[in-house]
Design a binder for this molecule. Structure first.
Ligand code: 5AD
Ligand code: SF4
Length: 440
């Protein structure tokens, strides 16, 4: 009999990408193979994001497209998992694009049961129970990538006023450090060279025995692992100790994602971010003095309720002063249940778009300048695989997280090379290999 197949489409953040691999492994253990595309699959899952309304609309339209694939002789089962599954639950079953099953982020342990129920046609299935100790470990039997995400904590206690995550992902919980260590060692054994430690707020990691800086020290000791990254950091928890450890550990990359959100203290307060622009700048100054060439990235949120033209100017000034190496920029989207959703969403859509375009334009010009300045410099690249767009080239990332390509000759996936940047665009560095690193 032909083996049944699954296909997972992942929306949202890296936490969801990690969860999709957890779900994929669970389905494989239930006897399913991974399909190359949705058209070949017996089960299709959409792993959804709720952070902005647009993300939810996109998931619903994908669901409608997959629904259209159901025919009298094609018995496909379609599920919604992730944050939107948790947020809407039963409501989705009643909607006109009814999925067959719905699983929230705390309920992925129920997948074997869901499969049994699907096979017995006991539909629809809704598993959105809360389990504030739910923590998963990724233990694949084979793994083809050089880089991997490892979730070290789930949930969030910060309650930024605009954010739905604490409501859909529940309270913060840390994965026991022993589990993290064995998960990473296992992945390294399968060929992984770089891990990104994931959590909504990784700097507050604490499993009762080990805190975040200590965890970094322990992960740094894993033989065969070459690079460590982590995301996301909240300015309130990024301690001087974390900065020292980042500076001292050779495997921790010179890259930090530190969401600023706004340059206006009034808006930061309304956002419940618990720092001011000045204290954020002090933190950046101490990071840059410890690690002078660190690459910094951030998140910017424009059009928060009550944001005036002056507040917006403050954000533009902040971008100009700090000169981030990259930024993810969004316009505010009210999320029901959050504190901000009680405030009047009084910045018009046109004005939000105008402000967003302004921050994007400014930030792009900063990135372009920074990229141009890299031409002629040497960078260290961990080679991840064949470039799709550039035949005869392999792609990888520099320690500062820039995407880069090098000619394939004499270089292979998984190696760390030192390469000279010959040209640069906003998205990509084109490099010539100068030497290989012994360590890889
Ligand atoms: N609307 C728009 N962007 C949001 N983010 C979080 N909540 C919202 C929202 N309601 C952004 C923030 C956060 C990033 C992951 O998504 O900038 O840092
Ligand atoms: Fe990730 Fe947050 Fe979106 Fe969920 S809601 S997918 S945790 S960004």
């Amino acid at each position: 009999m032909k083996r049944r197949r699954f296909f997972i489409e992942t929306h949202g953040c890296q936490m969801n990408a990690y969860d999709s691999s957890i779900i994929g492994e669970a389905l494989k253990r239930c006897g399913y193979d991974e399909a190359r595309n949705a058209a070949e699959a017996d089960i299709i899952l959409i792993n959804t994001c709720s952070v902005r309304e647009r993300a939810e609309r996109k998931a619903l339209s994908r669901l409608a497209e997959y629904n259209a694939m159901r025919t009298s002789n094609r018995h496909v089962r379609i599920g919604i998992v992730g944050c939107m599954a948790q947020r809407l639950g039963e409501e989705l079953v009643k909607s006109k694009v009814r999925p067959d099953f719905i699983i929230g982020p705390d309920a992925y342990d129920s997948i074997p049961r869901v499969i049994e129920d699907l096979e017995r046609e006991q539909l629809p299935i809704v598993n959105t129970y809360r389990n504030s100790s739910a923590i998963y470990t990724f233990r694949p039997s084979r793994y083809d990538e050089v880089t991997a995400f490892v979730t070290i904590m789930r949930g969030c206690n910060n309650y930024c006023s605009y954010c739905v995550v604490p409501y859909v992902r529940g309270p913060e919980r840390s994965k026991p450090y022993r589990e993290i260590m064995s998960e990473i060692s296992h992945l390294v054994h399968l060929g992984v060279k770089e891990v990104t430690l994931l959590g909504q707020n990784v700097n507050s990691y604490n499993d009762g025995e080990v805190d975040f800086p200590r965890l970094l020290e322990m992960v740094n000791e894993i033989d065969g692992l070459v690079r460590i990254r982590f995301t996301t950091s909240h300015p309130k928890d990024l301690s001087q100790r974390v900065i020292r450890v980042m500076r001292d550990l050779p495997k921790v990359c010179e890259y930090l994602h530190l969401p600023l959100q706004s340059g206006s203290d009034r808006i930061l307060k309304l956002m419940n971010r618990s720092y001011t622009f000045a204290s954020y700048c002090d933190l950046i100054a101490s990071i840059r003095s410890a690690i002078p060439d660190i690459a910094l990235s951030t998140d910017i949120l424009v059009g928060f309720p009550g944001e005036t033209p002056e507040d917006h100017e403050a954000t533009l000034r902040a971008l100009g002063e700090i000169r981030f190496d990259s930024a993810f920029m969004f316009k505010y989207s009210p999320r029901s249940g959050t504190v901000a959703s009680q405030l009047e969403d009084d910045v018009s859509e046109e004005e939000k778009i105008r402000r967003l375009n302004e921050v994007i334009q400014l930030q792009n010009s900063i990135v372009d300048e920074k990229k141009r300045a890299l031409v002629g410099k040497n960078v260290e690249i961990l080679v991840e695989g064949q470039s799709q767009r550039h035949p005869d080239h392999l792609y990888g990332r520099t320690r500062k997280n820039w995407l880069a390509i090098v000619p394939s000759k004499g270089v292979s996936k998984g190696e760390v090379v030192v390469a000279k940047v010959t040209s640069a665009t906003r998205w990509m560095l084109t490099c010539e290999c100068t030497s290989k690193k012994v360590r890889a």
